[in-house]
Design a protein around this ligand. Structure first.
Ligand SMILES: [Zn+2]
Length: 265
């Protein structure tokens, strides 16, 4: 029988990290279960300790397919086995903590990069983020993802950044642009799920500029309802550019929706 060489700790750490500290057989994770490195090709069959031949397995899953016949009936053996498990658990907790630190560092680096890009979008000389600003950026990235936040920062800068007499973007307007990023990101995300929403926001903007009174929330709801009933968005935009009042707009769309509903019966 071939000798079983112990797997080096650094190798085990790499394998656990690769498998996200998750048993690849049952999906349970450390520290809920004690993990082991299982040989895909068993040592008895010539398998080695190369990471490619190793997979993360919990103690239970591994012992189920183990080829060893350990007689653990003897109390001393059992105690020794328990002690080994305890030591193993401790070693793994340390690995787990180290892994989480590495992930946290990675997140920190990523956040610093995003922060740099957001500051660049706002293009305001001397602008930096406060601790609070950094915190809200971190929450935004967690909620919307980096890409959407960067898009939103760009779009918010275009909408809200204003230049002062010296030609530079003012701190005040840049701060406002920053504070609007989360809202812009939320709209961008909605438009991703419902591609027509972006156009409806645009049409709402037309109405807002043209009409003396507009119930913006009701207008959005009504337009969305109409579009879901197959109203042509191009027609809607043309209509928004020539209708004279919120009442006229509402009546027209209501009538369209009513007709569609009756037609569907
Ligand atoms: Zn398992």
């Amino acid at each position: 029988m071939r000798e079983r060489k112990p797997i080096r700790n650094s190798v085990r750490f790499e394998v656990f990290k690769r498998d996200s500290f998750t048993c690849q057989y049952c999906g349970r994770k450390a520290p809920d279960v004690v993990l082991q490195c299982d040989h895909i090709n068993a040592v008895a069959n010539g398998g080695d300790n190369d990471p490619m031949n190793l997979v993360t397995s919990c103690f239970e899953c591994n012992s189920g397919k183990s080829d060893k016949t350990l007689d653990e009936t003897h109390i001393l053996d059992r105690q020794r086995a328990e002690l080994e498990q305890l030591n193993e658990r401790r070693a793994q907790l340390e690995m787990l903590i180290q892994w989480r630190d590495q992930l946290a560092n990675l997140e920190q680096d990523q956040l610093a990069t995003i922060e740099g890009k957001v500051i660049k979008s706002l293009a305001c000389p001397g602008l930096g983020l406060s601790e609070g600003g950094r915190d809200s950026l971190r929450r935004m990235v967690k909620r919307f993802g980096a890409e959407l936040v960067l898009d939103a920062a760009q779009s918010s800068a275009e909408s809200y950044c204003e230049r002062g007499p010296d030609g530079n973007v003012t701190h005040e307007s840049a701060a406002r642009a920053f504070s609007m990023i989360a809202r812009v990101a939320a709209v961008l995300q909605l438009s991703k799920d419902k591609p027509y929403l972006r156009r409806l926001y645009y049409i709402r903007g037309i109405l807002r500029r043209r009409l003396r009174y507009l119930n913006e929330a009701a207008a959005m709801q009504l337009m969305e309802e109409a579009v879901l009933h197959a109203m042509d968005i191009d027609w809607l935009e043309r209509f928004a550019k020539q209708c004279r009042s919120w009442t006229q707009f509402r009546k027209e769309l209501d009538a369209f929706i009513e007709e569609e509903i009756r037609g569907e019966d």
